[in-house]
Design a protein around this ligand. Sequence first.
Ligand code: ATP
Ligand code: MG
Length: 428
Amino acid sequence: MEKLVAVKGMNDILPPDSARWEALEDKVRSLMQRFAYENVRTPIVEPTALFVRGLGEVTDIVEKEMYSFEDRLNGEQLTLRPENTAGVVRAAIEHSLLYNGGKRLYYMGPMFRHERPQRGRYRQFHQIGAEALGFSGGEVDAELILMASALWKELGLDDVALQLNSLGQPEERNQHRAALIAHFEAHHDALDEEAKRRLHLNPLRLLDSKNPAMQPVIEAAPRLLDFLGEASRRHLQSVTDVLDANGVAYTINPRLVRGMDYYNLTVFEFVTTRLGSQGTICAGGRYDYLFEQVGGKPTPAVGWAIGIERVLELLKEQGALPVAPAVDAYAVVPDVASLPAVMACLQTLRASGTSVLMHASTAEGMASMKSQFKRADASGARFALVFGADEMAQGQVTVKALRDASIPQQTLALPEAAQWAKSLQSTA
Ligand code: ATP
Ligand code: MG
């Protein structure tokens, strides 16, 4: 039979790597809890219209990156979510989540974009996202930035720089848009085909172009920052005031625009130089018009998303990968007949928090004690629990340290073993 392999650009996450994912996820859960962000889980498949209306038709994602398909059974137009802000907003509207005021939410999970696979860019990738819904003040933009900064610190990541910009409000963008179109029309010959096509549809997108040949004309383009009115400038100031008070460094990058149409006012990215051209590990901003765009009441909101693969890659670059704890104990079992009694004991130990890996039988029965001890050593466990025939007869278990010769071997009555297991937690 032909061997089946994973879809291009979609990765299996296997042990021991998966343990690093879990360690990162644990840190994120703890962080979210301390900032009082609550978990939200929305479907991976959404109506295609949600993204077309939410993200905007003339965006990379909607134009060419979505996995969209028709449900064969009922003809519905569906899409594997390319991001999850639109989904969270849809859920908030559908379930009147903001009935009693704002909500701070977070999620972790897979996203899908049909991009060219390369380092740090996959077709199924994973994001951690935080969304603060129903808040208009710049202090919440700042809170989200502080939360991401705290995560870098707790992960031991340095070399992550914050870039900040304001996209202002629609009226300000309209004025800027007219100036942009005039500028790019005056330099029409310098534009590539995509830029020419987008010039009148979505000229702001041109600033996002990575085409090196277009950089000079982009560099010379009118800056949205110069079109901001008093209120927009004050909003930006309210964000930077908090960042300054917290010693969070940033640069204002007037050319920072984001990949979706839904942003206004604050936009930001955390960027590292260590991952080549895929250096953005977190991106976000304010999206006060998205709720209306997908059929809700006007609701201010702000959020960010972190690319998990890129963060783990950066941790690897810096040699600061989170590691999973090894198992506490390896259970050495004399024979198949003693398994029920052994497993009853292991249940108690595990209930006390000990992680135990048990030697399993094969078609030939249980392996020799010698080969079980070899396995125990190789497992990385700190202790072997030896359920020898003599011990079993006495209702006892022998606890043997595998890594630390100074710990004496001891034989415990099975009830005492639970005590021993508890004491282990404090010495781990
Ligand atoms: P980029 O400019 O790198 O294409 P983007 O603006 O499309 O990023 P967002 O949609 O804002 O990215 O997603 C937030 C984060 O998710 C990115 O900063 C990045 O870390 C990660 N990310 C986005 N697309 C991918 C992908 N295809 N593979 C891996 N990570 C991704
Ligand atoms: Mg992209």
